[in-house]
Design a binder for this molecule. Structure first.
Ligand code: TYD
Length: 139
């Protein structure tokens, strides 16, 4: 498991084109994100009080964007936790591999857009926190 820390994760400012008729934000491979986007998905209609995530990835890199509304992302490297409130569609949170994440406090109508570096692979997930700690520190 990668020996990454929460300090390897950061907010990336995305390209924002302001227009009186509405704004547009562009994300381009090799330009805005430090990985090739191979998959994108979005969470929506998350019931109030619900939390998502609760896992880590072995190799997957992600950019998490509050495309609409707001939510909190808490990152945990096994030693340090950092919580980011995402509420701007022109900012993305880069999450590197080997980091446990929880998403909660979704505002009503919020949309969590995720750009990911790999196709979906259940084998890349670590869904048990104790196993995460073991893989993070015992190898
Ligand atoms: P998961 O990543 O565990 O959700 P979250 O982190 O948002 O709580 O995904 C939930 C389920 O959705 C998972 O069991 C399988 C399915 N899924 C796919 O089939 N493909 C995907 O690309 C993703 C992200 C999830």
């Amino acid at each position: 498991m990668k020996k990454t820390t929460v300090y390897d994760c950061s907010i990336i400012e995305l390209d924002k084109h302001h227009h009186v008729k509405g704004n547009i934000t562009v994300v381009e491979n090799g330009k805005t994100v430090p990985f090739q986007v191979r998959r994108s998905y979005y969470l929506y209609d998350v019931p109030g009080g619900e939390s998502r995530g609760g896992h880590a990835h072995k190799d997957l890199k992600q950019l998490i964007i509050a495309a609409s509304g707001s939510f909190d992302v808490t990152l945990d490297d096994g030693k340090i936790k950092r919580t980011f409130k995402l509420n701007r569609p022109y900012q993305g949170l880069l999450v590197v591999p080997g980091i446990w994440r929880e998403l909660d406090d979704f505002s009503s109508g919020s949309v969590c857009l995720v750009l990911a570096s790999m196709k979906y692979e259940e084998n890349d997930y670590i869904r048990d926190y104790n196993e995460f700690l073991k893989l993070k520190f015992d190898e």
